[in-house]
Design a protein around this ligand. Structure first.
Ligand SMILES: [Zn+2]
Length: 384
């Protein structure tokens, strides 16, 4: 599950300040008062609202949404803004978490964990192979998929309790039902070991393969792999510029892409090897939903986020989002890539209305949604 904060509209009438330019001069310092506490953040203003509200990115990649009413003082200097590199991220993580945590580096990720080193290494390998597959699938197609500017932060907790202690501030009561998440605010992904097996190996000497094989044999392993890949996909998409953080991207496509990548492959030693495999559990769910599926199902899915966001309808909506994304990738790629390109232009905190969503969808996939739906369903009916 994602953590898509519902902050669209918080800053009204936005003026966009350039975000992804290579060198950005000037550091903005904003002092604000929230819940009785005064805080100063220093970084780069990503969005400035006409009413004075600001979204500021600090050097660790966190976004701060500050309303005009909260701001006490704001000024800029001439210093150069630079995102933290992997060493600076490591230093910050080690001071934030207790001395039971260690940091592992891969080419594109900084992994802070109190799990075993083997577990962290395994997750790092999964994320790096996802990174590679992501670029293989989407790079070189005219889409904006840049190499990420700084390493992405991953948190791995060895127990549900410690994961919950960290997550509750952001997820609130939803923490109990969310087994891993990507945060648009902190730009981090966080998980715990669903299988519970890793803990048994803490402080023990064992071969990497032996331990990972044991973890992957557990009944929860498929779900664990799917979650790791799913959330890391959100993170990579929003760090490579395919979509922008806090842009009002329709949930069906944000989730559809994550689900498209997530499908585990338990025959592989890592538990995953490639995106776009038939996602069995989503297919079964979609076929179940098909028994009472309304004729305007695609329309309601693309027009608003309700079906994906509401816990009662989410399972069906995610299944349909997966099926639709699968269909678009496999059968309509020539239209799908330009559609993704259109979405990548959407700026943070700017509302994407129901009508605009529908218009854009029709622009790339045709006016006749009935006809579209027929070929979509025909395609899914043949999936095995
Ligand atoms: Zn998600």
């Amino acid at each position: 599950m994602p953590n898509w904060n519902k902050n669209i509209g918080l800053l009204s009438l936005v003026i966009i300040v350039s975000l992804f330019s290579e060198k950005v001069y000037g550091i903005d310092h904003v002092t604000f008062r929230r819940g009785g506490t005064t805080t100063t953040v220093s970084g780069k203003t990503v969005v400035e609202a006409e009413d004075g509200g600001q979204m500021v990115m600090t050097a660790n990649g966190h976004y701060w949404l500050i309303t005009a009413e909260e701001i006490i003082d704001s000024y800029s200097d001439e210093a150069t803004f630079k995102l933290y590199d992997s060493k600076e991220l490591e230093k910050e993580l080690l001071s934030e978490f207790s001395d039971k945590y260690r940091v592992t580096h891969t080419d594109h990720f900084v992994i802070c964990h109190n799990t075993t080193d083997h577990y962290a290494k395994w997750c790092g390998l999964l994320f790096e192979s996802l990174y590679e597959e992501y670029y293989k699938l989407l790079g070189g197609k005219g889409l904006k998929v840049d190499d990420v500017e700084t390493p992405m932060v991953v948190l791995l907790f060895n127990s549900k309790m410690e994961y919950e202690r960290y997550s509750r501030a952001e997820l609130g009561d939803a923490t109990d039902n969310i087994i891993g998440f990507y945060s648009q605010k902190t730009n981090r992904i966080a998980f715990y070991d669903l299988t519970g097996v890793d803990k048994e190996y803490l402080g023990k000497k064992v071969k990497f393969r032996t331990q990972i094989r044991h973890i992957l044999k557990q009944p929860q392993a498929e779900r664990l792999v799917a979650t790791l890949i799913h959330e890391a996909t959100h993170q990579i998409i929003l760090n490579s510029g395919l979509q922008k953080r806090y842009a009002d991207i329709p949930l069906w496509i944000a989730e559809g892409l994550a689900v498209y990548f997530e499908s585990p492959n338990m025959r592989k030693t890592n538990g995953w090897n490639t995106p776009g495999r038939v996602n069995r559990s989503r297919l079964i769910q979609f076929r179940q939903y098909g028994k009472n599926r309304p004729a305007n199902s695609v329309e309601t899915l693309i027009q608003n986020n309700t079906r994906c966001a509401n816990s009662e309808t989410a399972a069906d909506a995610y299944a349909e989002a997966w099926a639709l994304t699968h269909y678009l990738f496999k059968k309509r790629e020539k239209d799908f890539i330009p559609y993704l390109k259109e979405l990548s232009k959407r700026e943070p905190l700017v509302e994407y209305t129901k009508q605009e969503r529908l218009d854009d969808f029709r622009k790339y996939f045709g006016d006749e949604l009935d006809k579209f739906d027929k070929s979509f369903l025909r395609y899914v009916s043949r999936l095995r």
